[in-house]
Design a protein around this ligand. Structure first.
Ligand code: NAD
Length: 448
């Protein structure tokens, strides 16, 4: 991607220029908007130093502003150390597609590296902007702390794993708005050129009114971390978090949210109910915890529009991650970046050469707004409602029944542990043979 290649020299030059222009602003105007030090530095804390956290931190540090990573927090010391090592690499091209490095912008002394469930409480106060990239179960807790302390936020999707968490994020989203704190959620298609161009033309009426849609996240699935000797049940679940709903939300929430969110975005609405089917066809081992390996959901919007959504984690089956939208006058094919009329004639084809790296753009735009003291981004409400849509889908496939949005959102269902300690009891436990309870459609009930 041409526009992402920077040499280190270019990078240093750009950051010096950015620093220079900011230095001309009166310090008083900076103080009100971000709690910076005496200069123009925008200080960042990273909460959740895994794969995405490392990438997001690099992207934040690769922006034009004078950004410094000043604190890191992770549940585990080894994850934090790996992340730190990767941030200090000479060449980040494997991580970010950009040559050069960010190590001069990593200023995290040993005393600013925090470990454990409470680590976030020590890291967040040290920053102006926080990056929240733990497993999604913790997101409401960390988001609340960040906003209460007046920090701008980049947080990954999903933003919760249960309706109680969604409610909490919706409340905090309002507080963030009142405090004029920028919040970007890592639903990066909103920051991707092709999607933005398709959306613009759809709003201009190119395909008429949306009447149905399809969304897919079908592939082979993800990593597994096997149980190790000496681990408590809590540590095991934290290490193998993908397979436990309180941490992950099932893959309909953890990954398929991206596609569901695109349909909500284009439709300008959220479904009022859902029904569907799902199960575990190949995910039989105990290491797969409690999540399904496939879900098929029919989401219905208030005007009767149907979204057919499918997600599958099964090796050897068709791979497809995409969205398609049907309107009264034409269709949108998101993956092909194209719009057609009802007969299939092309109305618009986005030039693939102009595609950007949306992971970088979301940080570029966020940090540019912060440096200009502008309040531009309030993604949390949509992030919460799209996460809720995926949870609604999970409730529909787990129960095999129709689940209404209002009933689900207001259900108060909370699947998080009561206590976060290494020897505390997680909400789901294995039987004597190490297998976890799995939802059974027709038996699993939510509102009885
Ligand atoms: N937008 C995208 O395309 C995209 C891509 C990848 C991941 N993600 C999202 O990023 C998040 C993290 O995913 P990942 O792939 O980096 O997982 P990961 O396992 O690589 O990283 C998660 C990190 O969080 C740490 N952690 C767990 N609980 C914590 C706590 N309470 N406090 C502090 N640290 C804690 C873990 O130890 C781990 O280092 C997920 O929500 C995922 O959906 C988004």
């Amino acid at each position: 991607m041409k526009n992402l290649i920077h040499t280190r020299r270019e990078f240093v030059k750009r950051s010096t220029l950015a620093a220079g222009s900011l230095m001309t602003l009166p310090l008083a105007s900076q103080a009100g908007f971000f709690n910076s030090s005496a200069d123009d530095t925008i200080k960042v804390a990273l909460i959740g130093c895994g794969g995405r956290g490392t990438g997001a931190a690099m992207q934040a540090l690769l922006t034009k502003q004078n950004v410094k990573l000043v604190a890191m927090a992770d549940a585990f010391r080894d994850r934090l150390d790996d992340c730190y090592k990767n941030l200090m690499q000479e060449d980040l091209s494997e991580w970010t597609g950009m040559h050069g490095n960010v190590k001069a912008r990593v200023a995290v002394p040993e005393e600013n590296k925090f470990v454990g469930f409470e680590a976030y409480k020590k890291a967040i106060p040290l920053a102006d902007v926080v990056i929240l990239t733990t497993p999604p179960g913790f997101r409401p807790i960390h988001f609340e702390e960040a906003v209460k302390l007046g920090k701008h936020v980049f947080m990954e999707k999903p933003v919760a794993t249960d309706p109680a968490g969604i409610k909490r994020v919706l409340d905090i989203a309002q507080l963030a708005k009142q405090k004029k704190l920028n919040v970007v959620v890592g639903l990066q298609r909103h920051y991707q050129n092709s999607y933005r161009e398709l959306y613009k033309r759809m709003k201009d009426g190119m395909i008429g009114d949306i009447v149905s849609a399809q969304a897919w996240w079908n592939n082979e699935g993800v990593w597994v971390n096997m149980r190790q000797p000496g681990q408590t049940e809590m540590e095991y679940q934290m290490r193998n978090w993908y397979y436990f709903n309180w941490l992950c939300g099932d893959h309909i929430t953890e990954q398929h949210i991206h596609n569901i969110d695109v349909i909500n975005w284009f439709k300008g609405a959220y479904p009022v109910k859902a029904q569907g089917m799902g199960g575990r066809e190949v995910r039989k081992g105990k290491e797969f915890g409690e999540i399904f390996d496939h879900h098929y959901v029919e989401f219905q919007y208030a005007d009767g529009t149907i979204l057919n959504s499918q997600c599958r984690h099964i090796k050897g089956t068709m791979s497809k991650v995409d969205e398609q939208i049907v309107g009264t006058k034409g269709n949108i094919f998101c993956g092909a970046m194209k719009m057609t009329d009802r007969k299939g004639n092309t109305l618009f084809q986005y030039d693939k050469e102009k595609e950007n790296n949306p992971y970088q753009t979301e940080h570029d735009e966020l940090f540019a707004a912060i440096a200009k003291r502008e309040f531009v981004f309030s993604d949390a409400e949509n992030g919460a409602k799209s996460t809720m849509t995926s949870i609604l889908g999970r409730m529909a496939t787990y129960s095999g029944n129709v689940v209404e949005w209002d009933a689900a959102l207001n259900s108060g269902i909370n699947i998080m542990p009561a206590k976060f300690e290494w020897d505390a009891t997680p909400p789901t436990l294995p039987d004597a043979n190490g297998f976890y309870p799995i939802a059974v459609p027709g038996v699993t009930k939510y509102f009885s």
